[in-house]
Design a protein around this ligand. Structure first.
Ligand code: ADP
Length: 456
């Protein structure tokens, strides 16, 4: 990964440097060309006016050559050198592309490589206007050694390489840092997922950033904590069930053992058998609960338009003997004719569980126990409320009561309050599958309110 990043950076930088250096050299050459053409034209003009004064013209050429840092030749129309600021070519004939072109009246320039030297050569014609007609009487040829320009380009190249290497090093460092920052949270997540897959539920990853990775880490941690809670509940549930099964089994064993020793009166046998029957019934109820719990996942709902107040009344009738038996007063108020799409039997089961709990968790220390059930139509929703003045639930436990197998009094043993922590799980499941919502408000020793919100 890092190698690819480095190669990309290096390639981009090289292309950029080559383009930049070429542009720089071209601009330098063009500027020099303009400057030299100006000099050549000035020389041509001066020569034209002072042809008779050769000494002055030579001095002038030498001056211009020095200023322009170039070699200047003045050539006549036959190609013979008349003036050379170095005096080497005077009297010789020169024939090249530039001169030929200038003797035809054009200005031209070109770059040449002469013995490892780069030379810019340009020429302009010397045109004399005699009685209205132009006559080419010669040309000015200028040779400029490109060394100065090439030196400045190579200086620039050195600087670019220096700055570029520094930049490259810096960007590599940044890339290393960025890749590390990118891959580190991914590595942490991989470790986390690996831990979860090995059963270390509840494993938490430290959140180091506030970006997308940070949010992913939060989601992971939430998932891990939920999985851990589910696992804890499952263990709790199995623990409760095993305990609840063990108690009647031990009783049955002891009762049978007692009966098998000694010669008992028939009444004793009957009494003990009655007890064994009671324990077997307890176990049967527990097994039914277990089966109910498993069936919960597989139920198919039978949704129809139903009058919900009718369902409520039917359920209350069912539970009333249990309430009377335990001296719990049941009060019921309902708006009539609220038609809701639902599964009648499931809703009955949901209400039954809520009422069963409200009676089961009554407070024996209170003089009067009650359960108030109400059904109200409000705008576009119906609100079903089950309120009791029972033992209540403390705040820390409220968030767990809908979890399978959770019982507030777990471990303290409920005495005669039987249950397996499944009633409210069923209630929640039914509420969810209808797309409704359930809310709980409860205060320890005061009572509880369960509200089911049904959109109409
Ligand atoms: P259980 O079979 O134990 O009643 P539930 O799922 O119905 O299981 O309820 C879970 C726990 O929530 C109960 O063990 C009880 O502690 C608490 N609970 C439920 N309803 C009430 C209520 N109306 N008043 C007080 N506690 C309640």
């Amino acid at each position: 990964m890092l190698i690819i990043y480095s190669l990309i950076i290096l390639l981009a930088f090289s292309v950029f440097s080559v383009i930049m250096l070429n542009n720089y050299k071209n601009t330098q050459v063009r500027n020099t060309e303009i400057r030299l053409f100006q000099t050549a034209n000035v020389v041509a003009e001066t020569y034209k006016g002072n042809r008779e004064q050769m000494i002055f013209t030579r001095m002038m050429v030498r001056n211009y050559a020095m200023q322009a840092n170039a070699r200047i030749l003045i050539i006549d129309s036959q190609g013979e050198v008349l003036i050379d600021n170095f005096n080497d070519y005077i009297g010789t004939k020169i024939d090249n592309e530039e001169i030929r072109s200038s003797l035809k009246g054009n200005s031209s320039s070109n770059l040449y490589k002469l013995e490892n030297k780069e030379v810019l050569q340009l020429s302009v014609p010397i045109i004399l206007n005699e009685s209205g007609t132009d006559k080419i009487i010669g040309a000015v040829l200028l040779s400029y050694d490109m060394k100065k320009i090439n030196d400045s380009v190579s200086e620039l190249r050195k600087d670019v390489i220096k700055v570029g290497s520094l930049g490259l090093l810096l960007s590599l460092l940044l890339t290393i840092l960025a890749t590390h920052n990118l891959t580190k949270p991914l590595k942490d997540l991989t470790v986390g997922v690996d831990k979860i897959s090995k059963g270390e539920l509840g494993y938490v990853i430290e959140r180091k950033t506030r970006d997308e990775f940070g949010r992913l880490v939060d989601t992971f941690n939430r998932m891990s904590s939920t999985l851990s809670k589910i696992e804890k509940n499952r263990k709790n549930y199995i623990n409760t069930i095993s305990h609840e099964l063990k108690t009647p089994l031990t009783s049955i064993k002891v009762l049978i053992e007692s009966l098998s020793i000694g010669d008992w009166h028939i009444d004793k046998y009957k009494e003990y058998l009655q007890d064994i029957y009671g324990e077997a019934e307890r176990m049967e109820r527990l097994v039914n609960f277990l089966m109910e719990s498993i069936k919960l996942e597989e139920r198919v709902f039978n949704i129809k338009e139903e009058d919900i107040s009718q369902i409520l009344e039917d359920t209350i009738k069912l539970i009333l003997p249990y309430a009377n038996q335990n001296k719990v007063h049941v009060k019921y108020t309902a708006d009539k004719n609220i038609i809701v799409k639902c599964d009648r039997d499931r809703v009955k089961e949901m209400v039954f569980n809520l009422l069963d709990n409200a009676i089961k968790y009554r407070d024996p220390n209170k003089e009067r126990s009650f359960v108030n059930i109400s059904l109200k139509k409000e705008n576009n929703r119906a609100l079903l409320t089950v309120e009791d003045n029972g033992i209540g639930i403390d705040e820390a436990n409220i968030k767990n009561i809908f979890n399978r197998g959770f019982r507030v009094l777990e471990g303290q043993f409920h005495g005669n309050i039987e249950g397996y922590g499944i009633g409210l799980t069923v209630v929640k499941k039914i509420v969810d599958q209808h797309g409704w919502s359930i809310y709980v408000k409860s205060t320890l020793n005061k009572g509880s309110i369960f509200k089911v919100e049904i959109p109409l």
